[in-house]
Ligand binder design. Structure first.
Ligand code: 13P
Length: 249
């Protein structure tokens, strides 16, 4: 039985005061929720937010990190530094980083391997653009992102891996994938993971696959009702306490 996850990606939004206020409001709601609840605040807010969440079930993760211990890598954050704050969850391959910062699935693969081996939980994001969907390439794009991103990941590492299917055309657009479209992509991703190596079928069955892209309190229920959708990775609607609580309801 896969546990459902509601994750909030705050991206480069929220002031320090706003992030702190939402975190405080989420702590008690999370403790009484049957979902796993995660938030991914700005790196600058991680220290405060994680100390506010301390002792609760709220999981605080980083939106990005670099695949190395302490070293010369200007502008980046090391998992070693995150672990010092008790942060052991990281987002990899978000489409905003792929589109605007040139991240590739090969690069993400280095990150995923490093973080998983360091004991981190990784949420790996995949998804097609509108142009790719229109050309009928949705499945080939997903297959490529899964095969390249998850290359050389051994079976023992998969228990710490979560996948997020985020169709790029649905992110921040209000244009949500229908539950049928999302379910179709999720089932495909699960099948692809099952095909990665001999014996991966059981891994595929257990892996949590989240949907992201214009998830709101009023559409989350029908998405989560689909058998292969194990939760949501939510941008906009996670950035206000009311609507985050609405998602949990
Ligand atoms: P929105 O929920 O704002 O569409 O963002 C989705 C997303 O990118 C989460 O990572």
């Amino acid at each position: 039985m896969r546990k459902k996850i509601i994750a909030g990606n705050w991206k480069m939004n929220l002031t320090f005061a706003e992030a702190s206020a939402i975190t405080k409001g989420l702590v008690s709601a999370t403790n009484s929720s049957s979902y796993e609840v995660m938030i991914f605040p700005s790196a600058l807010h991680l220290e405060t937010v994680s100390s506010l969440a301390k002792g609760s079930k709220l999981i605080v993760g980083a939106q990005n990190a670099y695949q190395s211990g302490l070293t010369a890598m200007t502008g980046e954050i090391s998992p070693t530094q995150l672990a010092e704050l008790g942060i052991t969850t990281v987002l990899v391959g978000h489409s905003e980083r792929r589109q605007f910062l040139g991240e590739t699935s090969e690069f993400d693969n280095q990150k995923i391997l490093y973080f998983l081996k360091a004991g981190f939980r990784v949420v790996y994001c995949v998804g097609e653009t509108w142009a790719e969907r229109e050309k009928g390439n949705t499945f080939s794009v997903l297959e490529d992102q899964i095969k390249k991103g998850l290359k050389d990941i051994t079976s023992d590492l998969f228990s710490k891996l979560v996948i997020a299917y985020e169709p790029v055309w649905a992110i921040g657009t209000g244009k949500v994938a229908t539950p049928v479209e999302a379910e179709e992509a999720h089932a495909f991703i699960r099948k692809e993971i099952g095909n990665l190596f001999v014996g991966a079928g059981a891994i595929a069955e257990n892996i949590q696959i989240l949907y992201g892209g214009s998830v709101k309190p009023d559409n989350i229920k029908e998405l989560l009702a689909k058998p292969n959708i194990d939760g949501g990775l939510v941008g906009g609607a996670s950035q206000k306490l009311d609507s985050f609580l609405g998602l949990l309801k």
